[in-house]
Design a protein. Structure first.
Length: 268
């Protein structure tokens, strides 16, 4: 077959279009593509089996919904939604949790207002609380507050408490909550090996001192965390990749991987 006849053949032309679309998909989702086929990262550190906080978490599946910081958003979710994530700040003066993502855009929406609607519309869903301002001062009073909500809203074994403050999380672990250490930001595909080694050592040191139930981070941290902390469940998040073969393959991989306990994506 000559070059001219190849390009004039309708089947060949279809193959060219298909390959072009695949190439464009890979280019547009190169971050996910790298995660699907991960590197070895480093040989300077070995996988570590560090004891963890052995508390239970109920979830019918791992496809949870991210940033439900307004009770109105719950009405758009399917009734079979297994879990929702919220960004919360504890106000010690008022003894209440408020739901919003950025401290520069404070909101008057309370955790209670969301939990009330959740119990009516998503009674079986679990809850992930991304506790933004947890520290040694508010740990005890906020634990007391959440203990009351756990009872009032039938959330026993259905709450994740996540924070970048592993030490302050210990009160929640001791009280029976499934806790997650939000690991520092680090993209192993963009940093040098020495930065990756420093990241591994930092996470290892923290969880050895203050063991959580899980580790949480961005989707591109997932292969790294899985390799070096193999006994820790992982909670990860990513943007939705609609109409993407790469996105579909990544979601398929995540859903098949028992290391990933929760996979967060936006509601829309």
């Amino acid at each position: 077959m000559t070059i001219k006849s190849f390009f004039s053949n309708k089947y060949s032309f279809s193959v060219i279009i298909l390959l072009s679309l695949i190439g464009l998909d890979i280019l547009l989702h190169k971050g996910i593509t790298r995660v699907i086929i991960p590197t070895g990262f480093t040989e300077a550190r070995q996988p570590q089996h560090i004891p963890r906080c052995e508390n239970e978490l109920y979830s019918s599946n791992k496809d949870w919904v991210k940033a439900i910081n307004n009770p109105q958003l719950i009405s758009y979710l399917p009734k079979e939604t297994p879990g929702i994530e919220m960004d919360v700040y504890f106000d010690m003066e008022k003894n209440v949790f408020y739901a919003y993502h950025d401290s520069s855009q404070m909101s008057g929406i309370t955790l209670d207002s969301i939990l009330k609607i959740k119990n009516d519309m998503l009674p079986n869903a679990s809850v992930w609380l991304d506790y933004k301002n947890l520290d040694s001062v508010n740990s005890a009073p906020s634990l007391k507050y959440i203990n009351q909500r756990r009872s009032n809203y039938n959330l026993n074994n259905k709450i994740i408490i996540e924070s970048s403050n592993a030490k302050a999380l210990q009160n929640f672990c001791d009280a029976g909550y499934f806790t997650s250490y939000y690991v520092p930001f680090h993209n192993p595909y963009k940093e040098e090996e020495k930065q990756t080694i420093s990241f591994i050592d930092s996470v290892a040191g923290m969880v050895k001192s203050f063991p959580p139930s899980a580790l949480s981070g961005y989707y591109f941290q997932y292969p790294l965390l899985k390799k070096f902390f193999p006994n820790y469940p992982l909670l990860i998040w990513a943007d939705k990749s609609t109409l993407s073969a790469v996105g579909y393959l990544f979601k398929y991989q995540v859903n098949k991987d028992s290391a990933v306990r929760v996979f967060l994506t936006p509601a829309e």
